[in-house]
Design a protein around this ligand. Structure first.
Ligand code: HEC
Ligand code: HEC
Ligand code: HEC
Ligand code: HEC
Ligand code: HEC
Ligand code: HEC
Ligand code: HEC
Ligand code: HEC
Length: 452
């Protein structure tokens, strides 16, 4: 009896909600998008944008024609939330005639519509205000800005990697650093981006309108998919390799084990702040660094949950609001937030114990490896016993590997539960580096000169 009454009640509630929604739609004078019966997220914004906007005749034209030229683009778009809610080509690519990036593609010649192939984050921010604000406070924001003033990095790329070649010296930047960090996008006379600066998948691009970032770094165009960004491989295209092997560390961790063996069965599409354990059994990069979980809110500030600074020569606790500062963030609060992530699946005893182990490893690196290596470095520098070209000097090369490669691997491996990176690719190699530095140092001091 009681069960039947419950079912009747649920049925009545559903009918009521359906009536209310269709009344709203009629008030706005348009039909509801038939695709909206899936997870719709924030209904208030869907209402404002879909029902009041719809696709204009000009908007439809872009799609009809581009279907022939770029079926790949149209296909991604039509399977996206944007396709579902009627955010179309013109909403992202349409610009005013006066815009320095304005041009007219074949289909627009003779009309008063202008497009730009560039879609700066300021454009996404017109509808996604919060995400852009959070991005602008995060470490990802400075990905390119921080490189601009560093002469030693420009020298590495142009003088050494580029061999000072008159026309080709920037090739390694364009195909390397820039594709992860971004660059300042320059325009040619035709208002289109130059080949020296675009195409470019980098995180910290500076667009011609001055806005910074690359929203498709994690959810790629033209699907702009939340599910994609939640998977570890959305970060892996940049967070890999000898100096920040975060995807390798993840694979090596028990969390990677759980994801790799079971992730195909998880639910990836829940709306933000409602994607919770149960949808998944183990955390991905996004779960720990970005997603809402328990009482913790979703954030696009990937610095918000960090305690240490693990990429620096020597790790310090984060303590600055300046987005250009190496210690950007509030380490104490960051640690509390990260512990909150763990608390949905682990006991407090487990979490506190894990961070005790990890913090000890970071401190060991700081005091037993970085400090003594830096002391030798400074002494050799003061006695003129370092070569001018650091990349031909054995001492300086090993010093660089110690902090930039091995030292980062040890610290990030320890803090994210990747034992192979904490140990074999980390501390094991660190002790080898340190002994090598001590040997070269002793030789140079004794001889009073740099060995041949
Ligand atoms: C939500 C915003 C958004 C919408 C909607 C959108 N685009 Fe894009 N599009 C982008 C972004 C971002 C890029 C990358 C541009 C950059 O590097 O600044 C891009 C790039 C492109 C490119 C160049 C891609 C390449 O690989 O050469 C084409 C062509 C394009 N879009 C066409 C379209 C068409 C046609 C539509 C409509 C079906 C559309 N776009 C809808 C955001 C959008
Ligand atoms: C009648 C066909 C047609 C129509 C209509 C059309 N386009 Fe295009 N568009 C093209 C062709 C062809 C290209 C060049 C394709 C290429 O280079 O691969 C192009 C290129 C583009 C590019 C790449 C930018 C560049 O500078 O090369 C963008 C962005 C774009 N169109 C956006 C739009 C938008 C937005 C609309 C609607 C307001 C639109 N197009 C309407 C045919 C059309
Ligand atoms: C004209 C407004 C508008 C613009 C411009 C716009 N979006 Fe959206 N976006 C929306 C709406 C509306 C939704 C659907 C919200 C919902 O499902 O509740 C959405 C959804 C999304 C989602 C969630 C997709 C999912 O799988 O749930 C992402 C990610 C996203 N947009 C990224 C972007 C990016 C990146 C840009 C710029 C390249 C951009 N948007 C530009 C209006 C816009
Ligand atoms: C397009 C490349 C790219 C992708 C994709 C990417 N990152 Fe990053 N990330 C960077 C770069 C570059 C930096 C370094 C920023 C700087 O210069 O300080 C960075 C820095 C970070 C930092 C450190 C921030 C700080 O304040 O020190 C974290 C944490 C991070 N990323 C997490 C992620 C996560 C999680 C994902 C996937 C959801 C991701 N990243 C995807 C390029 C990327
Ligand atoms: C495969 C992608 C990738 C490439 C290529 C790359 N980086 Fe990075 N870089 C990153 C990521 C990811 C981080 C963040 C590491 C972390 O948070 O631990 C980073 C961190 C840095 C940092 C420290 C962050 C800061 O704010 O000071 C500097 C400096 C840097 N990179 C410069 C460069 C330069 C210069 C080049 C080219 C010579 C380059 N990177 C090539 C991905 C890349
Ligand atoms: C470092 C990777 C990364 C970058 C860069 C990034 N996003 Fe996201 N984005 C994510 C992840 C991960 C989620 C899903 C969070 C979760 O689990 O709920 C997400 C979710 C979203 C959503 C869905 C939120 C909702 O309420 O439906 C929107 C909209 C969005 N991003 C827009 C943007 C915009 C705009 C930018 C550029 C300013 C951007 N993203 C840059 C990783 C990224
Ligand atoms: C179980 C949660 C968890 C997962 C999963 C995870 N991380 Fe982390 N990550 C952490 C913790 C904890 C730290 C260290 C934070 C601290 O105490 O400073 C960290 C540190 C980092 C840093 C170093 C930032 C710096 O200061 O140099 C980067 C970069 C990063 N993570 C990226 C990623 C990427 C990319 C993935 C996926 C391939 C990932 N993380 C997966 C928890 C996680
Ligand atoms: C969504 C649930 C979930 C979250 C969130 C989560 N973990 Fe886990 N974690 C797991 C699962 C499942 C395992 C595998 C347990 C096993 O080996 O039987 C695991 C294993 C581990 C292990 C390996 C040791 C062991 O007990 O198996 C460590 C260490 C760990 N997690 C630390 C953390 C930390 C630190 C955080 C927060 C930064 C965190 N986890 C967040 C689910 C989670």
């Amino acid at each position: 009896m009681k069960k039947q009454r419950n079912i009747l009640f649920v049925f009545m509630v559903i009918c009521f909600v359906m009536l209310a929604v269709s009344a709203q739609a009629q008030k706005a004078g348009k039909k509801l998008n038939p695709n909206l019966n899936q997870s719709v997220g924030d209904l208030s914004s869907v209402k404002a944008i879909v029902i009041d906007r719809g696709l204009t005749a000009d908007g439809k034209k872009c799609i009809d024609c581009h279907q022939k030229n770029h079926p790949g683009v149209i296909n991604d778009w039509k399977n996206s939330r944007h396709g579902h809610v009627g955010v179309s080509c013109i909403d992202c690519h349409g610009v005013k005639k006066e815009d320095p990036t304005a041009s007219q593609c074949e289909g627009l010649k003779g009309t008063d519509i202008f497009e730009s192939v560039l879609v700066p984050p300021s454009r996404c921010a017109q509808c996604h205000v919060k995400e852009a604000e959070q991005f602008n406070k995060s470490g990802n924001f400075r990905a390119y800005h921080q490189i601009i003033p560093k002469d030693n990095l420009h020298a590495l790329v142009q003088v050494h990697e580029g061999q000072n070649h008159p026309t080709l010296k920037n090739a390694s930047n364009e195909t390397g650093c820039m594709q992860c960090h971004g660059t300042k996008i320059e325009l040619g006379k035709d208002g289109k981006p130059t080949a020296e600066t675009w195409p470019n998948a980098g995180m910290g691009n500076i667009y011609p309108d001055g806005s910074t970032g690359n929203c498709s770094a994690c959810h790629t165009r033209h699907k702009f998919d939340v599910a994609e960004a939640r998977k570890p491989h959305a970060c892996a295209s940049c967070h890999l390799g000898p100096d920040h092997p975060d995807i390798e560390i993840f694979e090596n961790s028990k969390h990677g084990h759980v994801y790799n063996t079971d992730g195909d069965n998880w639910t990836w599409t829940s709306s933000p702040d409602a994607w919770e354990p149960g949808d998944y059994r183990g955390p991905t990069c996004a779960t720990c660094h970005m997603s809402g979980i328990g009482k913790l809110k979703t954030t696009h500030d990937i610095t918000e949950r960090l305690y240490w600074n693990l990429w620096a020569q020597k790790s310090q606790v984060r303590n600055s609001e300046d987005v250009m500062s190496p210690v950007l963030g509030n380490g104490i609060e960051g640690r509390q937030k990260m512990e909150q992530v763990c608390s949905s699946c682990h006991s407090e005893l487990h979490t506190k114990g894990f961070f005790k182990q990890g913090d000890k490893a970071v401190q060991l690196y700081n005091v037993a490896y970085y400090d003594p290596a830096k002391k030798m470095y400074d002494e050799l520098a003061s006695k003129n016993l370092l070569k001018k070209n650091p990349w031909t000097d054995e001492f300086q090369k090993v010093f660089y590997y110690l902090w930039h490669h091995e030292g980062r691997r040890a610290r990030q491996g320890a803090m994210m539960g990747g034992p192979d990176y904490a140990h074999w690719h980390g501390f094991f190699e660190l002790q080898q580096d340190l002994y090598k530095l001590q040997e070269i140092y002793a030789k140079r001091l004794k001889a009073g000169k740099i060995e041949e």
